[in-house]
Design a protein around this ligand. Structure first.
Ligand code: ARG
Length: 265
């Protein structure tokens, strides 16, 4: 009697251990599959590194904190790289060099609060959109521009090659537009009276206005847009892999969490 109990206990224990092992085995097998099967097969990425080009004077999407580039785009890109089993490398460059650099293969992707627009779609492919952008007008308190209607005939500062530049040049003519290397320099030009307003994206505009006395954002916004990640035209392999990871992060609520952290409602 006792002996058969012992045998039963041993058998049960073995079954239990077996089940646990089987479960572990299944889990280990399943994980890479659910991560994304692109992890080991991304041929277009060098040495497991995902190189992202950005322009770091665009808070809260990307800005310098000490020696590091931080912000919404960097955090989202980090999670994408993690999902793909890649190491993220962030490269800071001029905004106008991002698409050419992606086209030439210097960077794997560009992520810089970049708006999807028809012209850019001719030169690059874009991921799904992960955020909304709005072009706004920054003016000096008591300056010459107090509404969008006042802009005509005035000097407009923009960051070169941005949608602010493209729209302002279309609407008010090339001669009215003065292009600066980045938003911060355009703001200096507004402060010193070289331009009468600056057309730029709303979130960086809020930071610039908060950091500089005597500036304000006009109530009427100038244009609505979608931000997305750009890729070399035709690099479907990388675009699809990144897009899949990005859409997962959007569905998991991770993207919203990051955006809400930097842009409190
Ligand atoms: N959304 C605008 C565009 O795509 C401005 C982006 C500027 N981004 C930056 N990181 N400086 O043209």
């Amino acid at each position: 009697m006792k002996k058969s109990f012992k045998i039963l206990a041993v058998v049960l224990a073995l079954v239990l251990v077996g089940t646990v092992f089987a479960a572990c085995g299944k889990k280990a097998e399943k994980e890479p599959e659910s991560k994304s099967n692109t992890e080991t097969s991304l041929k277009t990425v060098t040495n497991g590194k995902l190189t992202m080009a950005t322009e770091s004077t665009f808070p809260p999407y990307e800005y310098m904190e000490g020696k590091d580039i931080v912000g919404i785009d960097v955090e989202i890109a980090q999670l994408i790289a993690k999902k793909l089993g890649l190491e993220l490398v962030v490269v800071d460059t001029e905004f106008k060099s991002i698409i050419p650099g992606v086209q030439s293969g210097k960077y794997d992707m560009g992520m810089a609060g970049m708006t999807v627009d028809a012209e850019r779609l001719k030169d690059a492919d874009f991921s799904s959109s992960y955020a909304k952008g709005v072009q706004v007008v920054i003016v000096k308190d008591g300056g010459a521009v107090n509404s969008i209607d006042d802009i005509k005939g005035k000097k407009i500062g923009v960051q070169e090659a941005t949608t602010g530049d493209i729209y302002a040049s279309d609407d008010f003519g090339e001669d009215a537009v003065i292009r600066y290397e980045n938003g911060a320099v355009a703001i200096e030009a507004l402060k010193s009276g070289k331009v009468d307003c600056v057309i730029i994206d709303k979130e960086p505009a809020k930071s610039f206005v908060a950091a500089n006395e005597g500036l304000k954002i006009l109530d009427t916004s100038y244009a609505d847009e979608d931000y997305a990640i750009c890729f070399k035209k035709g690099n479907a392999e990388l675009k699809n892999a990144v897009d899949k990871a990005l859409v997962e992060l959007i569905n998991e609520g991770e993207v919203k969490k990051i955006i809400d952290k930097y842009i409190p409602a």
